[in-house]
Design a protein around this ligand. Structure first.
Ligand code: FAD
Length: 220
């Protein structure tokens, strides 16, 4: 268990329903795509929540982001002030980019963008991999990090924004298959991850090429 101090907090959607928290870098190393358990002093018997790391391993800070709710843990998280202490366990997880250069598709729904933020920042910085992100949200105001993602677009990072309540994404999947995508990554609430995975499999994509990160704890 590591101790970190809170550095600050900011909203990452215009609707102010998603918050990023920055804490001091307490882990000696982690890999983009991994998550930590963040422990906060509060009355919730489960004192932690799993949170994907949104920062880069070389950053001076460690950050994570969550959708605001009125759970005890999140209310305590919203009360954190600079210099307050939190405890961190980890890093955990095998939701990682390929080791060799690859053409990668990422599919994120809302808060499911968090592991991809660290991965995409890494990809843009190192120019390793070619990434196409399909980012699905109800509307722009509720899309975490959308302004930053638009700024990151470059020769090896393409962003496709899809504002809808439906999962009518078969055409995009077909286009990406035509582009020679080798690996497919899905992240977000379990219900969404499973539905998208089914669409990929129904499109003939080998399950060995699909990696998923399910945010269990959000309503299944
Ligand atoms: C690997 C991993 C990475 C994650 N990364 C992030 C992240 O980056 N950002 C983020 O916001 N969240 C992430 N989560 C989810 C996060 O840990 C919380 O579970 C989530 O944010 C909901 O927390 P809460 O305090 O709002 O709600 P809670 O009070 O925990 O509960 C929310 C709702 O879900 C129900 N519920 C709780 N636990 C379960 C369960 N196990 N199965 C079914 N229903 C349940 C509750 O009854 C309630 O209706 C991640 C989860 C995992 C497993």
């Amino acid at each position: 268990m590591y101790t970190a101090r809170v550095l600050g907090r900011r909203y990452v959607t215009r609707a102010r329903d998603t918050v990023e928290v920055r804490v001091t870098r307490c882990l000696s190393s982690y890999i983009p795509g991994q998550y930590v358990r963040v422990y906060i002093e509060c009355n919730d018997p489960k004192r932690f929540r799993e949170m994907n790391i949104t920062s880069l391993p070389e950053d001076e800070h460690l950050s994570f982001a969550f959708r605001v709710s009125d759970s005890i843990w999140k209310r305590a998280a919203m009360m954190l002030k600079p210099m307050d202490e939190v405890s961190i366990r980890g890093p955990y997880g095998l939701f990682l980019l390929p080791e060799e250069h690859a053409r990668v598709a990422m599919l994120a729904h809302g808060i499911g963008i968090t592991p991809f933020m660290s991965m995409i920042r890494h990809v843009v910085k190192t120019r390793m991999h070619e990434v196409a992100l399909l980012y699905i949200n109800h509307d722009r105001d509720h899309a975490p990090y959308i302004d930053e993602l638009e700024h990151l677009v470059c020769s090896n990072f393409r962003l496709f924004e899809f504002f809808s309540n439906s999962l009518d994404i078969k055409e995009w999947i077909g286009d990406m298959q035509g582009d020679g995508i080798e690996r497919w990554y899905i992240s977000g609430e379990p219900r969404y991850v499973r539905a998208v995975r089914q669409l990929l499999v129904a499109s003939g994509i080998d399950t060995a090429r699909i990696s998923v990160e399910e945010f269990s704890g959000y309503c299944p």
